[in-house]
Design a protein around this ligand. Structure first.
Ligand code: FES
Length: 174
């Protein structure tokens, strides 16, 4: 009796014969098919600490396009000119985000006039000052934000990502 206990099998048989079905029997049958030692898919690999730029290179409203945590993951680093959620630097206005739209992976463009990333595919917008909040469009997830650190010389480092980059099961591919 592969994958199902004799007890669950008998309970299901009783359900069928009696015309009354017990949820308990069904859940036991489903549980019997689960392999308790099956590994789960989780990322345990550490994020790289990658220098992105020096803060002296940044101009308000102008994005610098880079990649992080690998070459297949485009990001934008920018100085907003106003305080931002998770912003770094003396004005807490330096942020970075994935450039892949959380809806279907469209390549985003930052527009200083709206302070948002715009998707050319289905027109979603993500607020760069509010942690990548989806403000309009079909995207249901916010834009993944890059964790940043700055040192005493103004060098800016990417050290992690908040949220899952579009199309990935884990941000760090093993
Ligand atoms: S891919 Fe960006 S809104 Fe659909």
């Amino acid at each position: 009796m592969s994958g199902m206990s004799r007890r669950s099998f008998l309970k299901l048989g009783a359900c069928a014969a009696g015309g009354v079905c017990a949820g308990e029997a069904l859940s036991e049958a489903a549980a019997s098919r689960e392999a308790p030692d099956r590994p789960t898919i989780t990322t345990v690999l550490p994020y790289p600490r990658l220098k992105l730029a020096n803060s002296a290179q940044l101009k308000a409203g102008v994005e610098i396009r880079l990649t992080y945590p690998d070459n297949d993951s485009p990001i934008s680093l920018l100085k907003l000119g106003k305080k931002a959620i998770n912003g770094i630097g003396p004005d807490s206005d330096i942020v970075a985000y994935s450039r892949l739209c959380s809806h279907m992976g469209g390549a985003l463009d930052f527009r200083p006039d709206t302070g948002a990333f715009h998707c050319p595919l289905h027109y979603a917008r993500f607020d760069a000052a509010k942690g990548g909040l989806t403000v309009i469009g079909q995207a249901t997830d916010n834009l993944p934000q890059i964790r940043l650190e700055v040192d005493g010389t103004g060098d800016i480092y990417a050290v992690g990502i908040m949220g899952l980059v579009y199309g990935r099961r884990a941000n760090i591919l093993g």
